[in-house]
Design a binder for this molecule. Structure first.
Ligand SMILES: Cc1cc2nc3c(=O)[nH]c(=O)nc-3n(C[C@H](O)[C@H](O)[C@H](O)COP(=O)(O)OP(=O)(O)OC[C@H]3O[C@@H](n4cnc5c(N)ncnc54)[C@H](O)[C@@H]3O)c2cc1C
Length: 408
């Protein structure tokens, strides 16, 4: 019987310190430059690949950490360095997890190495689900995948948007409708291999924050991929669709719950990113408050400033605890009876937005300039309440789970 402990084990501490060193020495010093350039920081990704942080091995090791804390710890440290650069480093991992979770062994072995490339020639991958008319409302997805039996190929048509690494990825994972009658249960994921004709980058977005991370539309025009690119394979898809059709007829609850459990398990990772950004801004603000003097004393001597810092730190720690709880629940297969994964993402992302705004206030005029990092951290933090389900969607999920009512 394992003892209850809030402490990381020695191995985890070692990994955390190693990641922190990389975040402090490599990521943070590059943050302002890549934010201004609004370009993918290839040299930093390459550095991460050289030391082993940008690799499937590293990601998988954290993912399968039996305590559940590997991923949240890694996310917090990397995003503490800089959110835009960190997303460029972990974005491929998010696409790779889609393949790890749904792909066959052969698909995992074939495609994941091509997502990362190698340290001398790094590549990235993209996960394309959102569409112009299907953001929060995933069931409205229109991108279609039609099976061509004669050639054993799938033909994909549609427009994806907001894809992290979209268009610059070596491998794209694309979610498409295979059975429109089944709503989100009629979706399947496909690998689009490097250089496949018909896939093109559309508009690249100029963003408010996380500007070092590439976000773009992906246009799919008669994209033909071999049958082997359907994640999980055709037999498994046909079985899943048949089950979904039956369950849709006789009370669809179980299907809904299975899908929800997947989101509950992945959302704490975004919460951890938010904790990293919030902690970074808090540290800058604390340091500033003890050194900046006005009226002949450090500004932290005023309760008006000191209490803000006390609240910031309290909320960051509370956010981390929610993230760790949900991550532990996910790895131990505990049911999310109160949507604890959504709770952690909701609270951590809202905390990051609030804390980074307070940090700007504590730095006064300096906080408002690009000479100091907190304005960037504040811009970056706004993404956390939007992607992987907006705060409103998290509240909807939590409220529905708590009440069992179809709240809209
Ligand atoms: C920088 C960035 C990177 C991204 N990366 C990816 C990626 O790699 N792959 C990918 O597939 N997607 C990605 N996304 C898409 C992201 O997941 C969506 O933006 C998000 O799901 C919200 O969808 P939307 O933008 O269409 O907003 P909408 O769904 O149109 O929502 C607009 C507003 O309405 C509110 N709203 C909507 N429905 C309800 C409701 N029922 N109740 C209450 N309020 C509601 C929302 O909360 C929000 O405030 C990314 C987005 C951004 C900005």
């Amino acid at each position: 019987m394992a003892e209850f402990t809030m402490e990381l084990n020695d191995e985890q501490k070692e990994v955390r310190d190693w990641l922190h060193g990389f975040a402090a020495d490599v990521i943070r010093p590059a943050a302002a430059e890549w934010d201004e350039r609004e370009e993918t920081p290839w040299p930093v990704i390459q550095e991460a690949a050289k030391v082993g942080i940008y690799s499937l091995d590293f990601y998988a090791q954290q993912y399968f950490d039996p305590t559940g804390l590997g991923i949240p710890m890694a996310m917090e440290e990397l995003f503490w360095g800089d959110a835009g650069i960190a997303l460029s480093i972990v974005g491929t991992g998010l696409a790779a997890v889609g393949v790890l979770a749904n792909g066959t062994e052969e698909q995992i072995g074939t495609w994941i190495p091509q997502m990362y490339g190698d340290a001398n020639d790094v590549k990235v991958a993209a996960f394309c689900s959102s569409e112009p008319d299907a953001g929060s409302d995933v069931a409205s997805m229109r991108t279609r995948a039609v099976y061509d039996e004669a050639t054993d190929e799938w033909v994909l048509n549609g427009t994806k948007t907001w894809a992290t690494n979209g268009g610059i990825a070596n491998v794209h994972v694309v979610v498409a409708v295979v059975d429109a009658e089944l709503g989100s249960k009629g979706h399947a994921s496909f690998i689009v291999p490097p250089g496949t004709p018909g896939l093109a980058q559309g508009q690249k977005f100029k963003k408010h924050g996380i500007r070092a991370s590439h976000t773009a539309e992906v246009i799919l025009d008669q994209v033909r991929v071999p049958g082997s690119c359907l994640l999980g394979g055709k037999e498994k898809l046909d079985e899943r669709l048949a089950r979904a059709r039956e369950r849709a007829k006789s009370g669809g609850e179980r299907v809904k719950n299975a899908a929800m459990a997947t989101f509950e398990a992945s959302r704490p990772a975004v919460g951890a990113m938010a904790v990293g950004t919030a902690r970074a801004a808090y540290e800058v603000a604390l340091d500033y408050a003890v050194t900046r003097e006005q009226f002949g004393r450090p500004i932290i001597d005023n309760q008006g400033v000191a209490f803000q810092l006390a609240d910031m730190r309290t909320q960051i720690d509370a956010a981390r605890l929610l993230v760790w709880r949900a991550s532990w629940m996910a790895i131990s297969g505990k049911p999310f009876t109160a949507a604890e994964g959504s709770m952690s993402k909701l609270y951590a992302s809202e905390t990051a937005k609030k804390v980074t705004a307070q940090a700007i206030q504590i730095l006064g005029g300096n906080g408002y300039t690009r000479e100091y990092p907190v304005e960037r951290m504040h811009r970056d933090s706004a993404i956390y309440t939007i992607f992987e389900g907006t705060s409103e969607i998290q509240r909807l999920v939590i409220a529905r789970t708590l009440s069992g009512m179809p709240i809209r």
